[in-house]
Design a protein around this ligand. Structure first.
Ligand SMILES: [Zn+2]
Ligand SMILES: [Zn+2]
Length: 335
């Protein structure tokens, strides 16, 4: 099968600088282990985390890896009652946990001590086939186009989890800092909960997208929302943005940081910004419960977004589009 492979042993700064992170290779089709299913990949979303992996902001876990953790595929082998042959299945960032660590035993599988990350610790979906754990594959409806459903599988689920971690309640004032794939899905969920949504984002195109999706208020990175916020979610990999969000909160408000990697956290004035029981919380991974809840909601709301498609052979171009934010709200590789 053809696959786009990141080789961390031969990755040079020159290759990375030129955007040649991945090489297209011919590899044997994976043999599914017991408890796994083999998927014929139909589409795989491209996430900023993939960029962090190939740019080594995240340390390599394998010498060679096929990235991609928003996989939509067709069940070819290892079918189960829930996932019959030929049905659609989705796989996200977490594709396995040990099931018996303290966190797993306390309904926090997102914090598992021994997690398996799709496209990072095991091969992902920038390929024609992928073998995944059956109990971490999500049944998907065939009615929704595969390129629309792929971006829901990380950006959507993690965006949804972020709203939960921020403790959003119906009708609240919520700030979204950054307006890419995750935020453009989260805003629709917030609107369905009757929330006012205040969007702070740099880039004219992102502000326009937020306005088009009916944000209550939109401003650039220097602007201050006209009201104090109950909750905020930050999506940019920037500590400065986190502090800015913190400075817009009411007492007792929460900032949920939706970023697996931040450049750095600047020093800030605790007395002014944090005292008053304001909270900063990070959002780590996701649970299968988050995934199922969000997918149900996404179907109810008929979530749609602007997707830019790339063939597998152009996987590097897809990553570049995410890096430079030149694509639509979501970027998807079609095998
Ligand atoms: Zn992701
Ligand atoms: Zn565990």
């Amino acid at each position: 099968m053809r696959a786009a492979v990141f080789d961390s042993t031969s990755a040079t700064p020159e290759a990375a600088g030129s955007g040649r992170w991945l090489s297209i290779q011919d590899l044997p089709r994976p043999e599914p282990h017991p408890g796994h299913i083999l998927l014929k990949v139909l589409a795989c979303g491209v996430c900023r985390t993939d960029l962090h992996i190939v740019e080594r902001d995240l340390p390599p876990l394998q010498p060679r890896i096929i990235p991609g953790h928003q996989i939509v595929g067709e069940v070819i082998e290892g079918a189960t009652a829930e996932l019959p042959p030929g049905s659609r299945a989705g796989v996200s960032w977490i594709s396995g946990v040990d099931g018996d660590c303290w966190y797993c035993r306390h309904v926090m599988e997102n914090l598992c001590d021994h997690p398996v990350f799709t496209g990072y610790s095991v091969n992902g979906g920038y390929a024609e086939y992928a073998s995944v754990r059956a109990d971490f594959a999500l049944p998907l409806p065939a009615a929704i186009p595969v390129t629309q459903i792929a971006p829901l599988l990380c950006a959507g689920i993690i965006g949804y989890r972020s709203l939960r971690v921020a403790g959003v309640e119906r009708g609240e004032r919520v700030g979204l800092y950054g307006f890419g794939s995750s935020a453009s899905l989260a805003i629709r969920v917030l609107q369905s909960w009757g929330c006012e949504v205040y969007v702070v984002t740099r880039g004219e195109q992102h502000r326009k997208a937020a306005e088009d999706l009916g944000a209550t208020w939109v401003g650039d990175e220097k602007a201050r929302p006209p009201v104090e916020l109950d909750r905020a979610v930050t999506f940019a990999p920037s500590g400065k943005v986190v502090i800015s969000a913190l400075s817009h909160l009411r007492k007792g408000g929460v900032v949920a940081i939706n970023a697996i990697h931040l450049d750095q956290m600047p020093a800030f004035d605790y007395d002014k910004l944090m005292w008053g029981e304001r909270q900063l919380r990070s959002v780590a991974n996701m649970t299968r419960q988050d995934a199922r809840e969000f997918l149900t909601l996404a179907l109810e709301l008929n979530l749609r977004q602007h997707v830019t498609e790339f063939p597998l052979a152009d996987a590097n171009e897809a990553l570049k589009a995410v890096k430079h934010e030149t694509a639509g709200q979501s970027t998807v590789i079609v095998s």
